[in-house]
Design a protein around this ligand. Structure first.
Ligand code: NAD
Length: 419
């Protein structure tokens, strides 16, 4: 599905309507969720290395703060537009609600290809963008985090800019920071670890043993690589993996530790070589003969054509939006169980919440406490989504949206409408 034909915000509205209907809500009760609370568009002037001044467009959208401060990443991408940011902000509201952490949803973006900027230009852009959105962010208002093309270093610059302007150090203004300035232990692996917990839970529910279960993972980056390592440690047989350069297959199970060590040297899967391992295409990874498929790369990877050829009975959406709307219908018709992204990859925002809690309390948790608390929250959320889906004979995606929307609508109702 091309970006031109697909409006993510309209897709969000459709899912919102469907889940609200299943919950028996009247439109009055959820109408506010159709509109972001606040949309800020900013123009960001940056002095470039050659002395010229370029102006970049940036956004920060706050979808809902009914359950707490807004929370959501900042994306740097040349194709980003306001509809995408609005949809991403709404999905953050649902993601935080489904795992029941006390945050609403927000998202920010700058229309830029950061690969075309020098390090100095990137820092200047980040600091000026921070200054422009400063009136609406803060530990009690809206807490950004990394997203596509942003990272811990950029979060450090945001934290520093916000702190310098305010005159004191405010670590809780962003999460995903370097550990040295208030980042949380376990944050880097949190999303992949959450994917592992959720995969384990759905296997239990489906009566499939974890040990020996065959899996394919698309994308061996932060999320896919961590999930692969942890699921391999749990005894699963990872038979296919891929990165942007191609895929690998081994019917007896791949040596995930060897592949991880290889990729850690900045190498690509297409150059990996080991006995019994064959090279396959990225598409073949998605269609491989497995019990569980974990898309952990980009959005819209499972389209109609691929969906009809997927052999896995369970799909765990580690990436955001990996399944197109049409493909989702095919998977449902074919009886596949799809664990939706707003649940499956919520581990990252859960540990971001822990980071914020540690920052505002000036406390540091050890990694064991982070991982244990993450596990408790992910398992509880999975069980609630499973029961919600079962109660209406609906998909797990609808189950997750019902849990989330119900929580946000209840909070809104209790707070009432300020006139
Ligand atoms: P990353 O950049 O670390 O890794 C992405 C991986 O996907 C890389 O291995 C890359 O080679 C691969 N890839 C890119 N295009 C591909 C293609 N066409 N086919 C196969 N592989 C391809 O990114 P990440 O942080 O691991 O994020 C992956 C997904 O998870 C994204 O959708 C992201 O939005 C989502 N997500 C990430 C987090 C987090 O905490 N990092 C949290 C929630 C959701």
């Amino acid at each position: 599905m091309g970006k031109n034909t697909y409006n993510p915000y309209e897709n969000m509205l459709e899912v919102l309507d469907q889940a609200s209907n299943l919950l028996g809500l009247k439109e009055n009760e959820y109408i506010t969720l159709k509109y972001p609370e606040r949309e800020l568009k900013v123009s960001i002037p940056v002095r470039m290395d050659d002395g010229s001044v370029k102006v970049f467009e940036g956004y920060r959208v706050q979808h809902s703060s009914s359950r707490g401060p807004c929370k959501g990443g900042i994306r740097y991408h040349q194709d980003v537009d306001i509809d995408e940011v609005k949809a991403l902000a709404a999905w953050m509201s649902y993601k935080c609600a489904v795992v029941n952490i006390p945050f609403g949803g927000g998202k920010g973006a700058v229309k830029v290809n950061p690969k075309n900027l020098s390090k100095v230009e990137l820092e200047n852009l980040t600091r000026r963008y921070t200054a422009m959105i400063l009136p609406i962010i803060g530990p009690e208002r809206d807490i950004p985090a990394p997203d596509v093309n942003t990272n811990a270093e950029i979060m450090g610059w945001i934290m520093d800019t916000y702190s310098v302007i305010n005159g004191y150090t405010v670590p809780g203004v962003v999460t995903g920071k370097p550990i040295e300035i208030g980042g949380s232990l376990g944050r880097k692996e949190a999303t992949g670890r959450g994917v592992m917990f959720i995969t384990r839970e759905i296997l239990h529910r489906c009566g499939i043993p974890v040990i020996g279960t065959r899996m394919a993972i698309q994308g061996m980056g932060n999320v896919g690589g961590t999930a692969a390592k942890l699921l391999h440690n749990e005894g699963c047989k990872i038979v296919a993996v891929s990165d942007v350069s191609g895929g690998l297959y081994c019917n007896e199970g791949l040596d995930i530790n060897a592949i991880e060590a290889f990729l850690a040297q900045d190498k690509l899967i297409k150059d990996y070589d080991a006995h019994g391992v064959s090279h396959i295409s990225n598409e073949d990874v998605l269609k491989s003969e497995v019990d569980v498929l974990i898309p952990a790369a980009l959005e819209n990877q499972i389209n109609e054509e691929i969906a009809s050829q997927i052999k896995a009975g369970i799909i765990v959406e580690a990436a955001n939006g990996p399944t197109t709307v049409e493909a989702d219908k095919i998977l449902e018709r074919n009886g596949k169980k799809v664990v939706p992204d707003i649940l499956a990859n919520a581990g990252g925002v859960v540990v971001s919440y822990f980071e914020w809690v540690q920052n505002i309390q000036s406390l540091m948790w050890d990694e064991e406490e982070v991982n244990r608390t993450l596990e408790k929250i992910m398992i509880r959320a999975f069980n609630e989504v499973w029961d919600s889906a079962k109660s209406k004979n609906a998909t797990l995606r609808m189950g997750a949206y019902m849990v989330a929307i119900n929580r946000i609508v209840k909070a809104k109702k209790i707070r009432g409408l300020y006139m």
